[in-house]
Ligand binder design. Sequence first.
Ligand code: ATP
Ligand code: MG
Length: 418
Amino acid sequence: MINAPKGTKDILPKDSYKWQFIERTARETAAVYNADEIRTPTFEHTEVFQRGVGETTDIVNKEMYTFLDKGGRSITLKPEGTAGVARAFVENGMQSTALPVKMYYITQCFRYERPQAGRLREFHQFGVEFIGSFEPSTDAEVILLAKSFLDKLGIKDISLRINSIGCKKCRAGYQTALKNYLSEKRDGLCELCKERLGKNPMRVLDCKNKECASIMAGAPLITDYICDECRSHLEKTTKLLESAGVKFVIDPKIVRGLDYYTRTVFEFVSENIGAQGTVLGGGRYDGLISQFGGTEVPGIGFAAGLERLLLVMENTGVVIPEKRSVKIYFAPMGEKESERAFALAQTLRGLKIACDTDHMKRGIKSQFKYADKIGAEYVGVIGSDEYERGTVKIKNMADGSEREVGDEDIIKFLNGEI
Ligand code: ATP
Ligand code: MG
């Protein structure tokens, strides 16, 4: 037997309705916010992620699936969605279209991480990118879209945490202060954070190591360093959220993983799935588009991990509606009856009615069992008598009632017209 690679998972037919529910909810939510779908390639030139995610991030440093293709090009499977969208935005000249451009995607992502609950090597993200506006109303709208998505999924007990990580101007001051503070305590940091200290000290805030976290507890806070413009931008954003009735906490410890985030960063965190509690994270990236040769075009977005959303839903007892899709299963009791059943099924499918019939030469009892298993609403028995009369004996699987119906009247019966 060959197993699926470590960190990957099959989504089986019995479970796919859950995924479809989340994806449908994502599309419907994006649509009411006037966002259109964008699909970018599964792999990009490695440089896209080096530029678009940033050289100092864990993703680029440790987690990418990178390989040389047969032409000797360095290719990387997408570890996240934003960089590809930014590349596509510039390549397709979208900065000269009507702004903001509101987009969403649902995509596979690949990261070489240690697999555990809510952490896989291939996973799925629903993401949103609104590109073209500096206005706090865009920040608020993106956060409200995220909140509305989570609400529609039935996810409760989730907290929204927001922060501003400042802009190019004011962040430098904070980074210096943080670096000074951390340099004094360097010996207590984990090996990785010692490295981070030199390259991008704000990454230490993200470290899950206990000792690093306790050192960070006494560190200077970005909130005390951001400039007036950044502060006012955050205040306007949170005011809009307040007036929309959304609860949040300002959390100066949130910095997020990308290098090009500016100002607003936010996370929705669940208490119900253990260590991997962040189900959705996002932020503003005013410096990203220009990394791809575009002009300075601001943007803001988020991404949610579908596996983690599902985990939260399962752990909090959210019941995902399972659609019973087979309207009628035809149960023939012989050779010629099977031919009739096959033809009836074909006719009904032509009229968009989902149906099925026997392919295993089963006896009538096990056909009923099978019909029950596939969730058929009705079973249409065709025995020799029904065959002679040109009828089907239709049993309602929910209440057990039976009725013999002429072949030509099956549709009317299923539509409740007779
Ligand atoms: P974490 O702190 O958990 O590593 P992250 O900061 O790396 O998350 P992002 O890059 O912001 O995560 O990705 C957005 C969302 O994608 C996360 O909030 C999470 O729901 C999901 N996600 C990230 N990495 C994985 C993974 N390896 N497996 C499953 N879902 C993931
Ligand atoms: Mg990560």
